[in-house]
Design a protein around this ligand. Structure first.
Ligand code: 13P
Length: 334
């Protein structure tokens, strides 16, 4: 089993490639569509996702694609399933398996991700559909008295139980504790919170017996809050992010894939490049991207739900994926 997990992780972390996340829940996908005046229908969501995964040459820079439950049950116009189409194109299919975050009882302003009930059975079903990895996202809010230890513990525990179930099913868990950018906290506060969260997550992963060699960490970059008056330069972000990860992520973890978290596409790529430029001298893990908005958003705005914009949208999607590949190789120029 360990060999299967390590092989999948190796494919997902292939040189110069990263993950494309297209795993928005129905509500989140509809929200992004509504902002651009796109119909909020199942057909529109299917068309958008089919457009993305059939982008020619995408597999040159994308190693794996994270799907959502609705999408994995849909079929493309040529009748093949999304997971078959992704595999045939030379990418690894994955699936988001948390069922979203809910208010944490007794802890105002904090959330805990749900989805552990029947997860073993759901993973078996997804595995039979051809999926080889799964993703679970926990969200951590930074505020005056947040996050609480209760909020961190609850999310870390759920992540570890999810990760253990994934490995039992032969699926690589992508473990995503996201410290949100919303708020007015400083770079230093984000670093301190992210360190505390990651220490707790790796403690829980050890307690649940998760094999670090067979998982991938999906991490936030260390950034000041969006409303913080003092924003940070590229190298400051890179240093804070790497210091945080070096202090908390064991060397046995094969790779860390960054989320974009609402940064603009260009900034996410520039920061990925800054991190990649410092990493080779100090990190034991492979560093890559697992972006949703920072790859999709420019292409979605071009598509706008219109079939005649399909090719232009695919070109924009491929362009952002290529930019992030270049950033991994420190060859990106904005
Ligand atoms: P963003 O890159 O838009 O933050 O999405 C990350 C994510 O978790 C989706 O899988």
């Amino acid at each position: 089993m360990m060999q299967i997990l390590a092989n999948t992780a190796r494919l997902m972390l292939a040189e110069g490639k990263g993950l494309l996340a297209i795993d928005e829940s129905v509500a989140t996908c509809n929200k992004r569509f509504a902002e651009l005046g796109i119909d909020q229908t199942e057909t529109a969501r299917q068309n958008w996702r089919e457009l993305m995964i059939t982008t020619p040459n995408l597999s040159e820079c994308i190693s794996g694609v994270i799907l959502y439950d609705e999408t994995i049950r849909q079929h493309q116009q040529n009748h093949s399933s999304f997971s078959q189409a992704i595999s045939t194109a030379g990418m690894v299919p994955g699936i988001k398996v948390d069922t979203g975050s809910k208010a944490l009882a007794g802890h105002e302003g904090e959330q805990v991700s749900e989805g552990l009930d029947c997860l073993r059975e759901r993973l078996q079903e997804y595995s039979a559909m051809g999926v080889r990895f799964a993703k679970w996202r926990a969200v951590i809010t930074v505020g005056e008295h947040l996050p609480s230890l209760a909020g961190i513990d609850a999310n870390a525990h759920a992540l570890a139980r999810y990760a253990a179930l994934c490995q039992e099913a032969g699926l690589v868990p992508v473990v995503e504790p996201e410290v949100l950018m919303t708020g007015s906290h400083s770079l230093a506060q984000c670093q301190a919170v992210t360190e505390t969260v990651l220490r707790c997550v790796f403690g829980q992963l050890a307690r649940q017996g998760v094999a670090l060699e067979g998982m991938i960490l999906k991490a936030n970059m260390v950034l000041p809050g969006l409303n913080c008056e003092q924003q940070a330069g590229l190298m400051e972000v890179a240093e804070a992010t790497l210091n945080c990860l070096l202090r908390t992520v064991p060397a046995a973890v094969p790779g860390i894939a960054f989320l974009s978290g609402g940064q603009s596409a260009q900034l996410a790529t520039a920061r990925l490049q800054a991190i990649s430029s410092l990493a080779p001298i100090c990190t034991p893990w492979c560093l890559t991207f697992s972006f949703a908005r920072a790859i999709q958003q420019p292409a979605l705005a071009i598509w706008a739900g219109r079939p005649e914009n399909r090719l232009a949208a695919q070109q924009a999607l491929l362009h952002r994926a290529r930019c992030n590949q270049a950033a991994r190789r420190q060859e990106y120029s904005p």
